[in-house]
Design a protein around this ligand. Sequence first.
Ligand code: ADP
Ligand code: MG
Length: 379
Amino acid sequence: ALGYNQAVKENRNLYNMLQELRGNIRVFCRIRPPLHPESISSIEHVGHDGSVMVCDPVKLQSTCKIFQFNKVFGPTTTQDEVYKETRPLIRSVMDGYNVCIFAYGQTGSGKTHTMCGPSGGLPRDFGINYMALNDLFNISTSREDVKYDIRVQMVEIYNEQVRDLLSEDTSSTKLDIRTSSNNGLPNLPDAKICQVQSPSDVINLMQLGEKHRASSSTAMNHRSSRSHSILTVLVNGKDISGNVSHSSLHLVDLAGSERVDRSEATGERLKEAQHINKSLSCLGDVINALAQKNSHIPYRNSKLTQILQSSLGGNTKTLMLAHISPEAESYAETLSTLKFAQRASTVELGTAHANKESSEIRDLKEQVDTLKKALASKA
Ligand code: ADP
Ligand code: MG
């Protein structure tokens, strides 16, 4: 009974926090620490209010720009601190909300570090992927009133082909995408779905996924920065009165956003560059169209936007983690990432709703039950 009351209280606290999280695409910006201590930085100032000031390292003060986001994480921010800010959003998956978190930024800016942790992140210094799943397990075991079922899919998009990273048959690249907004149902129905029952199951699956991702390429780092990887967590809940919820959490590590110079790239590299440029510019087009509230949103132009369709324009809470490198030589890419992120932050998604009865109604029903029982015992 104590566990249940605790859960109800937690729920209410969460509910309050979530009020804040509704609405636009949220944007957090994370600045990686400099790789060499002596390097010149283009980041002039990081404010506690979510602002960041970047300056052209050549022209300096004359060309400083300030950007405003929901949060800015400076170079000394730890993985735990980043997770703490992301946690309420992730936890809302257990209340039936769809959530999508995507890491954007140029290669080397720290996307994989944030999502997976250093060099895949296992077993130390975990990234969001692992911490999120671990957290979802904790909630699922602490709530006596709801039975949860947690399943995972893992795919990558490389050269506009979707590859299942959890299937032994990694050659299959013809995965169908379901674009209708079947709330909380997998939008990659053919990708292998693995049931996970413990954090160690998750570690095993992530390692399997990483292995499959690497096996197809001689240079793993190159490949992973040239493909988008999507970890999908599907959560089904059933409470004691038989109410059910379905929700999904997408955790996306995007390919590097830097424009590859077409005159330098040839062969495979050129093909990769064209596919990445195309899918990220499709993502940008979709975000622009949503920001301008256009009637036509061009989701169908890339696999990435098809898979994320319901996350970008639908009933989902979306968080963009914009990653920037502090080095002066990255200034142009940093500026381009910050501009992209700023545009994303103007997209209004409307209010996401839980794919089930709200916790408020559940609480009220519970109060009614208690009152009924009290009345019955008086009678
Ligand atoms: P990306 O996935 O964007 O290409 P990585 O996550 O691979 O970038 O990061 C590039 C390098 O910088 C890696 O060696 C990584 O360990 C390091 N790095 C990135 N972010 C951080 C951070 N916040 N703290 C310490 N090292 C980091
Ligand atoms: Mg990476």
